[in-house]
Design a binder for this molecule. Structure first.
Ligand code: SAM
Length: 280
């Protein structure tokens, strides 16, 4: 039951927030020379053509990355994210949006490693092709949640783990706290990034409460809402739960979030949250 295709949503406001946090976390791990693992449990296709039938059908990127692309200047902590985008779009037009694996591909160093999993029969070969010449990467058509048991801890004992399901299967909301528990038991010092949508606030909050109840320390939340919670169909907000956030991340997000909201919240109905859910 894999009907979700990220090509309809690539570059939307949720991707922008997710990939900004991802970029900042990768850059912070690079401050030390020691290599690390980037584990992406739900990788998608990797590269998305924005002038495709899928992207044009929803037009989501127009109210996401397209608005950032038009800015003459960005706050300093966003420069790396924009540089990655420019690498995939060397001309003025924004043609491709790089998904999480391609952002990591661009930023990781030669001794770092990537473990990427994607189950979709169409997206998996596309992702595999993107990494066909990249010796750092393992690209697998396997269940992403299972990687949290089988691939942790990494030999380097350093790593970023992105957990980014589509939530098309409602069990994903319950699976995440349980999978995190298994992962954290094996690798308590990793940086874990869990993306979530707000479609039903109750459902999302239940999942976040489930994570808090695990007893894990150092858990932060960064959420960007473009609309207040409501009972209508569709995503009003999205966020990232970060376990073991790098020490600079809160300050960086304090700079980024008000700016991001001012650029993306064209209807002036939005808000953002920066919160430490569990401290030391
Ligand atoms: N992380 C990507 C990015 O930021 O560019 C987007 C990923 S998209 C939100 C979620 C992907 O997970 C979809 O491509 C879907 O096919 C895939 N997927 C769903 N269930 C999965 C599973 N159990 N293991 C691995 N991939 C899965």
């Amino acid at each position: 039951m894999l009907s979700y295709r990220h090509s309809y949503h690539a570059g939307n406001h949720a991707d922008v927030l997710k990939h900004i946090v991802l970029t900042l976390c990768i850059e912070s791990l690079k401050e030390k020379e020691k290599p690390f693992l980037y584990l992406d449990t739900h990788s998608g296709a990797g590269r998305y053509l924005l002038q495709s039938e899928h992207a044009e059908k929803t037009g989501e990127y127009l109210s996401g990355i397209n608005l950032l692309w038009q800015q003459a200047t960005v706050p300093q902590p966003l420069t790396t994210y924009l540089q990655v985008l420019k690498r995939y779009n060397p001309f003025d037009t924004l043609k491709y949006y790089p998904g999480s694996p391609l952002i990591a591909k661009q930023l990781l160093r030669e001794p770092d490693k990537l473990n990427l999993t994607e189950l979709h029969p169409t997206d998996y070969p596309l992702l595999k092709q993107e990494f066909s010449k990249d010796k750092r990467a393992k690209v697998l058509r396997e269940d992403g949640f299972a990687q949290l048991k089988s691939k942790l801890p990494p030999p380097s004992r350093r790593g970023i783990i992105l957990i980014d399901p589509s939530y098309e299967i409602k069990e994903d909301y319950q699976k995440i706290p349980a999978a995190l528990y298994e992962a954290y038991k094996r690798f308590a010092t990793g940086i874990y990034l869990i993306w979530y949508p707000v479609v039903s606030r109750t459902q999302t909050q239940r999942m976040i409460d489930g994570i808090i109840k695990l007893g894990i320390k150092r858990v932060s939340q960064f959420e960007l809402a473009l609309k207040p919670d409501n009972n209508q169909k569709g995503m009003t907000a999205s966020g990232m739960i970060v376990i073991n956030p790098p020490w600079k991340l809160h300050n960086q997000m304090e700079t980024i979030m008000p700016w991001l909201l001012s650029v993306l919240d064209t209807e002036k109905t939005g808000n953002f949250v920066i919160k430490e859910l569990v401290s030391e």
